[in-house]
Write a new protein. Structure first.
Ligand SMILES: Nc1nc2c(c(=O)[nH]1)N=C([C@H](O)[C@H](O)COP(=O)(O)OP(=O)(O)OP(=O)(O)O)CN2
Ligand SMILES: [Zn+2]
Length: 156
């Protein structure tokens, strides 16, 4: 029986990088991942349409920075996703925000601060300390044209 031949290009995939070449640089690099969730809310003490119950597809853009590990990753995007799911989506998706968030007016400005606190704590606990991974920026879009932003640089 004719044996299956692995194409030459594929044969090389596992062996074309020397272990020493994996440590390609020692720079701090930022990585970003985006997520969406749906929720309802209304604003207190606000005169305008948003005092009434309504919903948004919120978009959150999370940026962390750090040094790469031995395989060239600051943080696995899959780990960022898991942290987002645990700290934000599981609590807020398809919920009435005025009930599930701590007492606050559910403005994008207040929510982005709450999200920062959740993400920052989880990153400190769950991501490898030696890579010095830190949250850099969280942007919360309430609508495609309206967003609130929090940056590490503004807190130092
Ligand atoms: N500074 C803030 N202003 C408003 C907030 C907020 O969180 N921070 N929130 C609201 C409403 O909840 C809602 O998000 C309305 O926002 P708005 O951008 O006015 O939404 P529109 O769909 O009407 O936007 P257009 O793109 O202009 O149609 C209100 N204000
Ligand atoms: Zn709103």
């Amino acid at each position: 029986m004719e044996s299956y031949r692995i194409p030459t290009k594929l044969q090389r995939l596992g062996s074309d990088i020397d272990e020493n070449q994996l440590a390609y640089h020692k720079r701090r690099v930022a990585v970003t991942k985006e997520f969406t969730f749906d929720a309802a809310h209304h604003l207190h003490s606000y005169e305008g349409k948003c005092k009434n119950l309504h919903g948004h597809t919120y978009r959150i853009v999370v940026t962390v920075s750090g040094y790469v590990n031995n395989i060239g990753l600051v943080v696995d995007f899959a780990d960022l996703k898991r942290i987002y799911l645990e700290t934000i989506e599981q609590k807020l998706d398809h919920q009435y925000l005025n009930e599930v968030l701590p007492p606050m007016n559910t403005s994008a400005e207040n929510m982005v601060v709450w999200m920062w606190e959740q993400l920052d704590e989880a990153i400190h606990k769950q991501v490898a300390a030696e890579q010095q991974v830190r949250l850099e920026e969280v942007v919360l879009y309430e609508t495609p044209t309206s967003r609130a932003t929090l940056k590490r640089a503004w807190m130092e």
